[in-house]
Design a protein around this ligand. Sequence first.
Ligand SMILES: [Zn+2]
Length: 441
Amino acid sequence: MRLWIKDPLACLAENAERGIVVDGGKIVQLVPRGNEPDAVAGVFDASQHVVLPGLVNTHHHMYQSLTRAHPSAINKELFPWLTALFPLWSKLTPESHRLATRLALTELLMSGCTTAADHHYLFARGCENAIDIQVEEAKALGVRMMICRGSMDLSQKDGAMPPESVVQDRDTILSDCERVVSRYHQRGEGAMIQIALAPCTPFTASKELMIATAKLAEKHDCRLHTHISETRDETDYCLAHLGCRPVEYLEETGWMTSRVWLAHGIFFNDEEVAQLGKHGLAVCHCPTSNMMLASGQCRTRELEQAGAAVGLGVDGSSSNDSSNLMEGVRHAVMINRLTYDATVTHLDALRWATQGSARCLGRSDIGAIAPGKAADLALFRLDELRFSGAADPLAAVVLCGAHRADRVMIAGEWRVIDGMPRGVDVEKLRYEHSALARKMH
Ligand SMILES: [Zn+2]
């Protein structure tokens, strides 16, 4: 059915002043000023809405929503923060992982996110089917998802931080990677579920695992993801234990390819930025988490100038401590202005959260409002007190701090109506999730 999203207050697209027509899960027409669309079967009055492409989240650890604002972890930097949380995370169960995924996906969806990546690397005993659970939850909510089959094969017995009970051996990891890619990874335009392969960090995944995972991604033609250059501690660790800097490690392990997107990217030197751009890697900027853990600032400007795509991510809910991507857009403007100057605008941050993030995930069918792209849209109203007096609606959604979409469409279907996700009892979800979280604390 051809639906006209008519006369928006503002729309993040050229020549769409009178709105957008969607049909069959795609955007089929933009309606410029003074024009009418071709015949439509329905009209949605968007005169109170700012219309954005659905936001795309490129880094998260949804299970961490169970340990937000935990007293043993707050007010710490990454390494001591991890050391405090691993023992709690080892208590993850299939039930708590399921509800954590459902909760984080719902939070993201309500903030205007239509495609969500999750990096799940924690395979506590009994949680071997963690990826299968996430596929089920994404399908139930109707959210597009890039599930990163994470992995850790180094534990305390190897001198690493994770307890032995949450890591797996290399053979188990690699065979499960093969299984989930074969079973769930959809290819081509309109894919709802995709799988990426994602060893956790240079200090929790062995060199052999990094190399084997890169080969497997090549074999199955899927994306590769990991954390790199998040903290000075990580660079020091790599120099001391691996004899090289983190980016050199990527090179040594076969990761210098355009199928890779990296989380964080804070401590790259100039040569490394140029190298990453040359090889077409992408970087997920996680402003909220980086500020919360006092890690630093992604080199967004230099990376984009070098040719590397920059996307946006909320990062795990224990280092954010929320899963609100629209809030992350605002944080991105603020931290980048502090690092660079006031020429960083709301449009830059929105570009990172949409087109840039889509490039991180290797997708050309999402992240923009244009004919032929997926009908993934986030619509925000400006009728809260925080927006009153705002003159530029597109600037207002970012600068005044929009944090909840009024309507969200994914593949042409409304998934959020009047600010509420369809088919989710939010109050029940919060109650059950917090009850399971208390068992881990
Ligand atoms: Zn992370």
